[in-house]
Each structure stands twice: as structure tokens, then as C-alpha cells.
Design a protein around this ligand. Structure first.
Ligand code: AHM
Ligand code: MG
Length: 332
């Protein structure tokens, strides 16, 4: 075997992707390659993050920046790493990034895929050694290959995603993704430089005991959400809030719980972005048997009208989302 050691330890991400591709004899392998490109960028970003605290320690970093540039912030670095990987791979025609105002048109009219990405989410946690994440959505372009991309290639509903995933830079780095056939989680083994399948076919608990909301927003919250939070407390649920969507979502999906970022009196659409935060996690949630809504509609049904639009987000265990939904109906 080409990688005896890796094989002995378990299934690598590469091998897993290859085995899944074999289920689709007519597939060209481009989506598989795209996922591998993302995984490679994730490894690089993971390395940068783990060294972040050393950057300003003279000498400790081991080398100075070759270009002599000032060390850039991690979210900027992550944006560069991911957009570069997506550009070089050749499968992508357009990128929507949280870090860029406009669509990045790669002028690659042969590229089949459009990617929406938040290269490094959880900005308040970046400089303080707390878990952060990358979130990505992959769409197939809808206009014919070989022509310039159009708005409809980019502004697609979440339910059109062909794949979505996230990378969690936590106590270990994980990559979790779906192509619509279940959710698979891989843990990064740094010394081998490989992601290994650690969480096959993730299913979220139907009900949960964790509620996740920034309670500092209380003065601006609507009655229905306040009531639901009171209900969680009464049930004896635990409050858990990291302030990194990926980490909060990941924990709740594994343990059972609900994440709420509602619209507030100050920000009626809340904070979370539809295109590169909510949609990917909604797709993963549904694949894991959980649910995601904006309080009225399924997240994946929302028709986007702009790249950076925000949406209220309620995502998590099926029963908790349903309970919240019926409470919202009663109160409104
Ligand atoms: P960001 O894209 O600026 O990082 O904002 C998104 C983050 C989410 O990861 C997190 O769930 C939320 O913002 C936390 O917001 P708040 O600080 O208002 O609680
Ligand atoms: Mg973000």
C-alpha cells in the first residue's frame, strides 16, 4: 500500500473521498479534487493558527517573513490560503468570501463550481486562543460552462448546495462535511499530516440539554426568544456559548442542543450571514437529522438577494427547534 502507516491507523480523508467517488461512476472527480484542495488549505491555516501566539515573540517563530511584510492578521491569511487553493485547483469559477465585498470571478469559465466561504469565523476568538472555524458551501454553476458567470450562479438557495462543510480549529483540528449523503467528520493528525475519519455518519440527538445564545443581547431580544430561553432554564438545560459559530454548532450537533442568533431590536436580521455561515451549517444539520430555520422558514429555502445578507438563525436538535417554532407562533 502507498501509505501503510496511515492505513494501519484508519481511513484517511483522501481514501474516503476516493471511495465515495467510486459510487458515482460518471463523476469527473472535480468535486473530490475541490474537497481535497479545501483540506490542504485547512492544514496550512491550522498550522498558522497553532503558531499564532508565537508570531510576535522575537526569534521564537524560527524564521522571518520572506517578503519582509508585516505579519498579517489570521483572518486575512486564511482568506489568502483558501482563495489561493480554490483558484489553483481549477474546479471553481467564482468565490464568495466574507473577506471580500464583491464576488471573486476567477475568469475560469471551465470551472463548474461556485464556493461561498467564511475563511476564519469567530473573529472575537482569533487573538485569544479560543476555537475558531472555516465554513464553506459548494454549488454547481447553473449557467452553461464556457461562458462568463452570472448572478444566478452565485445567488443560489441553500438547498442547491452540492457539498458543505466546516473546519474546526479547536483542541484538535477537524474537518466535517457532507455531499448530501450523511455527515462525516475527520480529525487531523498533525505529525502524519493527514485527516482521519473519526466521526462516521454523524447524527444529532433528537432532543438536547444545551442552549446557546449571547444573553448579553437580552435588552434587544423579542419576547418569543426570551420566553424560549426561560423555558430552557426551567427545563434545567445548560448554557454554553463560545461565540464561534462552528464550535458552538459542532458541540450542539454531537451532544444535542440549540444555537440561537435571533434578529434583535437593533439588528432585525441578526448577525449571521446566509451565504457562507447559515447555509452550510443548515445543510449539515439536516443531513445529521437536525433543523435550521430563520424563525419562519427553513434556512435552505431562503432565496438570497445579496452576497452578504444576514439572517436570524435557529439551528439544532429537531425537538428544540420545533418547540421554539410553536412558541414563536403562539406569541406572534
Ligand atoms: P464573525 O464573522 O465576525 O466572526 O461573526 C460571526 C460570529 C459567530 O461565529 C458567532 O456565533 C457570533 O458571531 C458571535 O456573535 P456575538 O459576539 O454577537 O455573540
Ligand atoms: Mg463569520
Amino acid at each position: 500500500d502507498d501509505n501503510v502507516l496511515a492505513y494501519a491507523v484508519g481511513t484517511t480523508l483522501d481514501r474516503f473521498i476516493k471511495s465515495k467517488q467510486a459510487d458515482f461512476p460518471f463523476a469527473t472527480g472535480e468535486l473530490s479534487q475541490l474537497l481535497r484542495d479545501i483540506a490542504l488549505a485547512a492544514k496550512i491555516v491550522s498550522r498558522e493558527i497553532s503558531r499564532a501566539g508565537l508570531v510576535n515573540v522575537a526569534g521564537a517563530y524560527g524564521h522571518t517573513n520572506v517578503q519582509g511584510e508585516e505579519q498579517q492578521k489570521l483572518d486575512v491569511i486564511a482568506n489568502i490560503r483558501f482563495t489561493r487553493a480554490l483558484t489553483k485547483g481549477g474546479e471553481v469559477c467564482a468565490i464568495v468570501s466574507e473577506e471580500e465585498d464583491e464576488v471573486i470571478d476567477l475568469q475560469n469559465s471551465r470551472g463548474k463550481y461556485v464556493v461561498a466561504i467564511d475563511p476564519l469565523d469567530g473573529s472575537s476568538n482569533i487573538d485569544v486562543n479560543v476555537s475558531i472555524g472555516t465554513i464553506f458551501s459548494i454549488y454547481r454553476r447553473v449557467t452553461p460552462i464556457g461562458y462568463p458567470i452570472q448572478e444566478e450562479d452565485v445567488l443560489q438557495q441553500g438547498k442547491q448546495q452540492v457539498a458543505a462543510g466546516y473546519v474546526l480549529y479547536g483542541s484538535s483540528t477537524m474537518l466535517v462535511y457532507t455531499t448530501g449523503f450523511g455527515v462525516y467528520g475527520f480529525t487531523y493528525e498533525r505529525s502524519l499530516g493527514e485527516f482521519f475519519l473519526s466521526h462516521p455518519d454523524i447524527k444529532a440527538p433528537v432532543d438536547g440539554h444545551i442552549y446557546t445564545i449571547n444573553e448579553g443581547l437580552q435588552p434587544y431580544l423579542e419576547d418569543d426568544v426570551l420566553e424560549y430561553v426561560a423555558h430552557c432554564k426551567q427545563k434545567g438545560a445548560s448554557a454554553r456559548y463560545i461565540g464561534s459559530l462552528v464550535a458552538d454548532f459542532h458541540r450542539n450537533m454531537l451532544k444535542g442542543g440549540i444555537y440561537l442568533y435571533p434578529g434583535t431590536k437593533k439588528a432585525p436580521l441578526g448577525k449571521i450571514r446566509l451565504m457562507y455561515e447559515a447555509n452550510a451549517l443548515a445543510f449539515i444539520a439536516e443531513q445529521a437529522g437536525a433543523k435550521a430555520t430563520n424563525g419562519k422558514n427553513r434556512i435552505l429555502d431562503i432565496v438570497p438577494t445579496s452576497l452578504h445578507q444576514r439572517t436570524p438563525l435557529f439551528i439544532g436538535s429537531e425537538k428544540m427547534i420545533e418547540e421554539l417554532g410553536s412558541l414563536m407562533k403562539q406569541i406572534k
